[in-house]
Ligand binder design. Structure first.
Ligand code: TYM
Length: 337
């Protein structure tokens, strides 16, 4: 008899607080799409997480739906991947509450994203911003994943998730699988094109240093031509993340888009300088994103198709999530329904 081997599980999410950027794509979605056949995958729109910052409600709804269309356009086949809205699966908020009681104030105070975000939004340091990593731990642990594919900035949150899972397992016996972060070797931290010391961010308001998946080719080219490099004589293209962060960032982007190594890129632009290098990176990005943009625009026009995807996704996700939640409620001593 043929034996069916259970696939390993992957899970990740993105919050719809802004238009998806090249950073979200290279740091996360590209890696998800490349692994859809090998793993049992759950990918969601982290819409509850988006509430920690103030959004225009109509914009949030539009962006969340666009994000789903973009997931599919990036190659996440809804037949092979479970795609859903976090808010459609109540178990996320429910397990989030339970895990709040197993996560320490000190641990949450050490989260660098909390420190950065509260410094940037001093007028809205709400409780949700502080306990955000606990909801993220719940998002993850509900699905018992083996791997959580994220960019570098989410590593600390996945590590906290591991600590909380281990703490719970030590108290109540094996309940949660302890997941591994899965971080790409190149592209895990794409920097702003105008400020290579800061991460390219979808919630950045100015937007000239960030490239969005839906940007038009002429806008992408303009942003890359203006990208900040350095004033080193000779304008030599070589990789040195400390001394030449702007060029290093562009090399990372070019490397992921073309599959070329840093040595190959150095050889390709030897003696040509930044004047040739910057538009070449722009063109590589335009060509990589063109089919995604066209497909996402097409999918966005079919609201019934999108609805079918997220309804089926929520049903599949709820089935798995509820199973874990019931186990947790039982272990901590809640009376069963
Ligand atoms: P978010 O929405 O800020 O980012 C989504 C994903 O994109 C990656 N990323 C980047 N990678 C490389 N370079 C960049 N400039 C860049 N910007 C963003 C992020 O690392 C992330 O993988 N808390 C999460 C969302 C979330 C989640 C989860 C993720 C909620 N629940 C459960 C995994 C599992 C967040 O705010 O990501």
């Amino acid at each position: 008899m043929e034996e069916t081997v259970k696939k390993k599980v992957m899970l990740s999410g993105i919050k719809p607080t802004g238009d998806l950027t090249l950073g979200s794509y290279l740091g996360a979605i590209k890696n998800w799409a490349e692994r859809a056949d090998k793993y049992d995958c759950f990918y969601f729109m982290a819409d509850l997480h988006a509430l920690t910052t103030r959004n225009n409600p109509a914009d949030l709804r539009r962006r969340a739906l666009e994000q789903l269309a973009q997931y599919v356009a990036c190659g996440l086949d809804p037949e092979k991947n479970t795609l859903f809205f976090q808010s459609h699966v109540p178990a996320h908020a429910e397990l989030g509450w339970v895990l709040n009681c197993y996560t320490m104030f000190g641990e949450l105070s050490r989260m660098t994203q909390f420190k950065d975000k509260s410094a940037k939004n001093a007028d809205n340091i709400n409780g949700g911003l502080f306990t955000y990593p606990v909801l993220m731990a719940a998002d993850i642990l509900l699905y018992q994943p083996d791997y959580v594919p994220v960019g570098d900035d989410q590593k600390q949150h996945v590590e906290l998730t591991r600590d909380v899972a281990q703490r719970f397992n030590n108290l109540y016996g094996e309940t949660f699988k302890v997941p591994e972060p899965f971080i790409p070797r190149v592209g895990a931290r794409i920097m702003d094109l105008l400020d290579p010391a800061s991460k390219m961010s979808k919630s950045d308001e100015v937007g000239n240093g960030r490239v969005c998946l839906m940007d038009k080719p002429e806008d992408i080219m303009r942003k890359f031509k203006r990208a900040v490099t350095d004033s080193e004589t000779g304008h030599c293209v070589y990789y040195d993340a400390e001394k030449k962060p702007g060029v290093a960032n562009l090399m990372q982007i070019y490397s992921v888009c073309t599959g070329k190594s840093f040595e190959q890129i150095e050889a390709e632009f030897d003696g040509k300088g930044y004047g040739a290098f910057k538009p070449a990176v722009g063109e590589a990005v335009v060509e990589m994103l063109r089919p995604i943009r066209e497909e996402a625009e097409h999918i966005m026009r079919d609201k019934a198709y999108l609805e079918g995807i997220y309804r089926a996704g929520a049903e599949r996700a709820s089935y798995v999530a509820e199973r874990t939640l019931r186990k947790v409620y039982k272990k901590v001593g809640l009376v069963q329904k």
